[in-house]
Structures are given as C-alpha cells and as structure tokens.
Design a protein. Structure first.
Length: 238
C-alpha cells in the first residue's frame, strides 16, 4: 500500500470525523489519484458527499466501491441509508438484505455491523409507521430486535407501535423488557405506566411512575400522568 495514499486517506478520515467534509473530500481525492481501485476511499467519498446532501454523487461512489468489492458490507449499508432518506424504499430494502446476507456469512460477526443493520430495520419500521402500515412496521422492529435485542430503544419503539393499535398487553411486555435491560431508562417507566393506565390498572401505573420519579424527580411527563391518575381516582370515589 502506497505510503502517500495512506497519509492522504488517514488525514481525510480525521477531517471527516471533525465534520470538515469538503476538506476531507479533497484528501480522499488525493488518495484516490494514487490508488483509484481502493474501495475504502470510494466509500468515504460517498459518506462525505452524503453528509453534504449530494446524494447522487454519494450513491455513485458507493456503487463504484461495490464494483471493486461486491461484498463490502458498509457500502451496501450506506447505500441503503441514502435510498431510505430519498424515499427509494425498494432499493433500500434490496441493499440491506444484501448486507444482512453478507453479514451472516462472515465469521466472527462484529457488533458494529449488526447494530448498523438493526438501525436500518428500525428506520424502515419508522417509515412504515408514518404511512400507517403497522404490520410491516412491526416486522421491521422485530427484525431489528433479532439483531440487537440489547437496545432498550428498540423495545420502546415496538411497545409504542402496540400502544397505537390498543394492544396494551403486548406493549406492556415490550416496556418491561426496556426496564430489564436498563433500570434507569426513563422512557420505559413513562410508557409502562401509560400501558397500565390504559388497561385501567391505575394503582400499578401510579407505582411505576413513582419508581421513575425516584430516578428523575423532575420528569414532567410522569408528573402530568400522576396528576391524571389522581383525577381518575377521585372520579371513581364519587
């Protein structure tokens, strides 16, 4: 590997990490002039242009990268992310399926790659949710969880989806999973209490929210919900 190419490439990555994307592009182009068939350089050029909002150029660089190395998982993932952002969902799905397939063929799968693919599934789940396709949204969230079940925010998303559909027991189980993973996950307390409230289990809801207040005493949402419970309890006494 050419020493000068490596120097330009490494400096380009430093600039990229600092958010200096235009300067990074200049360094990557210098590196590419020395070694034009180096897939990592093309991938970083794609990332840099995508951060500047120049998606067409970014897509071409990711494709060029894959021409050199068709099994470059990161390039497939990056393409999928861009296609999702510009609304080309079929292309996005195609790319992340390729990345998912490749990732399963790699020995010693890395957590970072699995997390990226899980995030793609989450993003697609969010998009399906915005158009009211709850079935597809649930499928994508569950795919994300099959790869990264240790992240409480993924369980939170699934639980909220169930709440929208009035599937309160399913939602409750998802929110409980959030708190099993992280007992300090405040949104887990907020949403678990809300699920119990919707199920008319007011005392249990109150207890969950009080537990949350022990962690974050100034949480506004929980205070509002606790006042709501007190109002309901007063009505029940009448």
């Amino acid at each position: 590997m050419n020493v000068n190419m490596r120097k330009y490439f490494n400096y380009g990555k430093e600039l990229f990490d600092k958010g200096e994307y235009k300067n990074a592009i200049h360094q990557f182009e210098q590196a590419m002039a020395i070694e034009p068939d180096y897939a990592d350089i093309l991938n970083y050029l794609g990332l840099s242009y995508s951060m500047l909002g120049n998606y067409n150029t970014a897509i071409q660089y990711f494709k060029d990268s894959l021409t050199i190395n068709p099994e470059y998982i990161d390039a497939h993932i990056n393409l999928s992310i861009i296609y999702t952002e510009i609304g080309q969902f079929n292309e996005a799905e195609k790319e992340y399926k390729i990345a998912f397939s490749l990732e399963h063929r790699v020995k010693g799968k890395t957590i970072g790659i699995k997390a990226k693919i899980a995030n793609l599934h989450k993003d697609l789940g969010d998009l399906y949710l915005t158009i009211g396709d709850y079935k597809s949204s649930e499928k994508e969230y569950k795919m994300a969880l099959s790869l990264a079940a240790m992240y409480p925010d993924l369980w939170l998303n699934l639980g909220k989806l169930y709440m929208i559909q009035d599937k309160f027991q399913n939602a409750l189980e998802a929110f409980e999973k959030c708190l099993e993973i992280s007992e300090n996950f405040m949104n887990g307390y907020v949403e678990k209490g809300l699920a119990l409230y919707k199920m008319k289990r007011l005392k249990e809801a109150e207890n969950v929210w009080l537990e949350g207040l022990k962690i974050e005493p100034d949480n506004i949402k929980i205070k509002v919900y606790l006042n709501l419970v007190k109002t309901m309890e007063k009505k029940n006494e009448l």
